[in-house]
Design a binder for this molecule. Structure first.
Ligand SMILES: [Fe+2]
Length: 298
């Protein structure tokens, strides 16, 4: 089975919005070159702060800016850029972590973000620790009020974390919930060590470059707890750099959606739910469908 293909763009992703750059990293003196769904793009900012994204081949695209990110839709948008109500709360301005290239399929990157089982191993000393690595039972359900393709929510997630965030001075049992709102957009809500009655919100948007290469755009909506944006960014970069080699060594490169495909951890209900949801909505990008696995012509 081929590890990657050059294919007709997936209609779900083609007609959705994807981040392709962050305003804070654009420079009037230098064009930002990137690729979205195999399509080369260039993003520029002028001295007045106006941002323009263009396809290299001159074909039209849709663009907008939200949460400090530049968003592009190559087709006809079927819905707006994801709404994030917490981004409107004045005490937690969005913090862009930066664009992190990863040689992995977009759905693999999302699935890894959802995987509670890896926290105690891959992020030992931060988001989990040996021997408290057991994944406690949690619930996964369809996400109410989701976008046109639906979504998922995983609730009652709990994990002992020695250093849940830069502000954490001691370990504690962290309450979480996760949402998957688009095929390549996910977020988690987790306890803040200072504001115990509100949640920090961490989004992960994945820019699909090719089927097996991606650019991760984490976005933080964290409560004021004395941590600087630079410290928040640095912490998330450490966490993502721990994930990167794991992601880049997963095989097959594309996420298998057929019954009986490997799963990283038996207890990982959200992985199973994510794969089933992608199969149900008919995503074809970065995945191995049951039809393909059965050897039928695509
Ligand atoms: Fe991770």
């Amino acid at each position: 089975m081929q590890e990657w293909r050059t294919m007709t763009p997936d209609p779900i992703l083609w007609n959705d919005w994807h981040p392709v750059a962050a305003r804070c990293t654009l420079d009037p003196g230098r064009a930002h070159h990137t690729v979205l769904l195999h399509v080369p793009l260039v993003v520029t900012i002028d001295a007045a702060g106006t941002i323009i994204a263009r396809r290299n081949d001159g074909a039209p695209l849709q663009q907008c800016e939200r949460y400090g990110l530049v968003w592009v839709c190559l087709g006809t948008p079927v819905q707006p850029v994801l709404a994030i109500p917490e981004a409107d709360e004045p005490d937690r301005p969005p913090v862009v972590v930066g664009a992190i290239g990863v040689r992995a399929a977009g759905p693999r990157v999302i699935e890894n973000f959802l995987d509670l089982g890896h926290l105690g191993y891959v992020h030992a000393g931060y988001l989990g620790d040996d021997p408290q690595t057991r994944v406690l039972p949690y619930d996964v359900a369809p996400l109410p009020d989701a976008g046109v393709h639906g979504g998922l929510i995983a609730t009652r997630c709990r994990m002992y974390q020695p250093k849940a965030s830069p502000a954490a001075t001691e370990g504690f049992l962290v309450d979480y919930f996760y949402k998957v709102e688009r095929p390549l957009a996910t977020c988690l809500y987790k306890d803040n060590p200072v504001h115990r009655d509100r949640f920090d919100v961490i989004y992960l948007f994945v820019q699909p470059v090719t089927e097996v290469t991606s650019i991760a755009h984490p976005l933080l909506l964290c409560l004021p707890d004395g941590t600087t944006p630079a410290a928040l960014r640095a912490f998330q970069q450490i966490i993502f750099m721990q994930d990167k080699p794991i992601l880049e060594n997963q095989r097959p490169a594309r996420l298998p959606l057929y019954d009986g495909a490997e799963l990283p951890i038996g207890a990982d209900r959200s992985s199973v739910a994510y794969r089933r949801w992608l199969a149900a909505i008919g995503l074809r990008w970065g995945v191995i469908t049951a039809t393909e696995a059965a050897g039928a012509p695509r």
